[in-house]
Each structure stands twice: as C-alpha cells, then as structure tokens.
Design a binder for this molecule. Sequence first.
Ligand code: PLP
Length: 398
Amino acid sequence: MDAKKLLEESSQYLMNTYNRFPIVLRKGRGMKVWSSDGKEYLDFVGGIAVNCLGHCHPKVVVAIQKQAQRLIHVSNYYHIEPQIKLAKLLVENSFADKAFFCNSGAEANEAAIKLARRYFREHVGVNRFEIITAINSFHGRTIATLSATGQAKFKAGFEPLVPGFKHVDFDDIDAVDRAITKETCAVLMEPIQGEGGVKIPDPDYLRDLREVCDRHGILLILDEVQTGMGRTGKLFAYEHFGIKPDIVTLAKGLGGGVPIGAMLATDKVASGFQPGTHASTFGGNPLVCAAAVVTLEVLIEDGFILDQCRRMGKYFKKRLEEMKKEFPSVIADVRGMGLLIGMELIRDGAPIVKTCMDRGLLINCTAGNILRFMPPLIVTEKEIDHLIDVLEQTLDHI
Ligand SMILES: *Cc1c(COP(=O)(O)O)cnc(C)c1O
C-alpha cells in the first residue's frame, strides 16, 4: 500500500492520540529506519529510549524467533523459565532481591505505588499512603500514575485524580523534608527528569533523598523507566550516586523493543505483596522475557556497551557544546548523562525536528523547547558527527 493511502487509513481508523509525523516506518537495522516510500533515516529517538541495542538486533531477533516457536504465553499460575532467568539477571545486577513483571512504565509505577502502601499496612502495620513526587515529573498515563505526575498539561480534563500525592520542586531536598508527614509512605523520583526536559539534579540530591527517607522511615522509589538499562552509562542511574533505593521501576529499554515493565525491590519491601495482592495477565510472559534476557545479557557482556555509551555520551555532549558556542542566540543549554542528552533552545523546537526529519534525521523535542537525544547505545562517532552536521545546517537556516 502506498504511503498516502496508509496515512489516510491511519487517521480514519486510529484514535487521535498522537501528533504523528507524516511518514510510515516499516523497517529498521541498528541506527537506521526506513519509511514505506524507501527513505532512510538515522534514528536518534530510538523509540523514546526503548531500542537500546538498535533496531532488530540479531540476538534479540533470534531469541524472539526461538521463543515464539517454543512457547509464547502461559499464565503466571505456572512458573515461566525466561521470567525466572530475567529476574535472576536483574537481581544479580542491582540492589534488589525480587522482581515483579508487567507491561509498561506506567504499570511498573502503579505496582510501586501499590507496594509502598501495602508494605506499610502489612509489614509495618501503619496506615501510611501519601507519596511525594516532583513538579515537572512524568510517571505515566494511567489514572494513578497521572496523579503522581507533576505536570498539569497531562492531567487536564481527567479529574478527579487519585488522592495521596504531593508535589514538590525537583532538586530541592528541604521541600521534600518539609512535605513529609505521618501519612507519607514514599518519595517517588526520576533520577533525571526525562520527559520534563532532561533535568539533572545536583550530584548530592539522590544521596540527600536517601538520607531524608531513612530519617523518616519511608521508602525511596526511583522511576528508572527512562534512565534504566544503560541509558546513562551505568545499568541503573542510581549507581552514579552511591545509594541504594528501596524500589526501582523499569520499562522502556528493558526488552530491547518488546513491551515489558518491571518493578524491583528489596526482600523486606517486597514482603508487602502476597499471592493475590497484585498481578498482570501478560506480565513477564515467555516471549517478552526471552527478548529481555538477551537484551540484558548483551548490555552487561564485558561492560562493552555501557563503556561505549559513556564514551559516546561524552563525545556527543562535547560536540553539542561546541555548537552552542556557534549558535549562542539559539541554544541556551546542553546537558545529559550517558546517552540521555538534552539541548535547551531559546525557541520552539518543533520546526527544527521537522526540518531534520526532511533531511533524514529523527530527533525528539520535549517540553516545547528541549531537543532530546536518546539514540541506541550502539551509536558511533560517525553517526553523531552526521547529526551535528544536519543540525548545524538546520540552525543555519532558521
Ligand atoms: C515513559 C515513562 C513512563 C511511562 O512509561 P509507559 O511505558 O509509557 O507507560 C514512566 N516514567 C518515566 C520516567 C518515563 O520516561
């Protein structure tokens, strides 16, 4: 079917929830994707930090093929081999003792919200339910995670929201301290605000958060849906800060492209759940777990990809900082960790994204004026150089 017909049918049959660009992506390999009319694009969006190993990584493809032939789905009433393997890998490579699997970032955060409340009632025996989150945060689109999210634009028209969330300024430790009451059970934070514009807190912020949570006897939940799975140059962003959280939520990069979410927790906190308290029909099914196992194995194998991510992140930031000097009236700031990089513009970013797309380069703009780069962690210097060339040409004519 030709592209024009596909676009017509797309708007005829799909709900109008996305402002989609007028191309149909049909094929991908590594850093590249191709549209239905055969045009090639270099992909620095990576499915919003999902395609950590690039498109159609051969090991992920083979793992999915093999698992699809063996067993696609069975109920969680039975033990599932790839799910056990994935949980073991995650536990062995993190602070956590236990994993729970679901299908998305929002669901992982839902699980965390439920576990935090339940832990206090079951394990501690007190009714603590309130969760403190940050202004400008993003935690998902379900009604509870939307309530947790600290951005009014996502909530408009969906009231009444779920009670029990309090929002404080990001990167302000005193604000968290002041907001905690006898009813507070947890603080829920992104280590770096992704959707909110690649906002990086003070290097001490997470350690201070840990200390404040310990002092008040409440849980520290880190939403690593975007920052996890190697994105910042370590498997989990919390590792940069020398702390251990109580709960971490994951999704995006976890399955190398397949839909899977996870909540990790310590044994102590995980004891808040017993059989029947929480569940997901598809959560951790054989097919997605097989893909996630091989993705995680490739990510941690010899530390090669994480090392590459740190080196390329540094190089990428350096090139963008040079560009900032060249275009001081357009670029306000460059910031990032690993390969989660933001470039704050003094103008609206949408026209730049569009021009780059016409020139075969996919980039993302968030929070109106922040260009956000989340390429696969396998990106090379040559590909970064190409992005810089295209971006410079674009800014030259703006
Ligand atoms: C994307 C994202 C979510 C939501 O994930 P979904 O899979 O879209 O539900 C939650 N938290 C953070 C930090 C995210 O970046």
